[in-house]
Design a protein around this ligand. Sequence first.
Ligand SMILES: [Zn+2]
Length: 156
Amino acid sequence: MIYPKEYGNDPLFPQSSDFRVEFKNHVAGKGVVCLKPFKKGQTLARLAGEEINAMREHSFQIGKNKHLNDEFFTGFFLHACDPNTSINTKEHIATAIKDIQPGDYITIDYSDTEDYLFRQFKCNCGAKKCRGVIAGKKEMPRSSLSVTGYYDDDDY
Ligand SMILES: [Zn+2]
């Protein structure tokens, strides 16, 4: 089990036999690695967490002023501009939108769900359509990221 017992026993919850939260690097932090293959279109897991009305570092947006704070699983999905996973924010379901191999990190497009990001950042995901600076769908990317002092391209 990845989620604590209090969350209940939904068979669709992520299982530790299928996923592992692990440290990727000090820029990306932790990510979620798949331990088994998933086919495009396949459900990865049902997501759970605390519903809150303001974003936090590991929350994702599920509605206007509604965020699901999942510090066990979803909170560690990494960003990619051409991701392998999408989140249905109504059903709280993560679905593979590409074939996923064991060892792949789960990636989502943060700008898909978030109006504003907890922290904008420079992306170096390598996708042809990489947007360069990642921001929420309702905010303009800051031209200078030195404001955050957090991300550094040299770390990739
Ligand atoms: Zn990118």
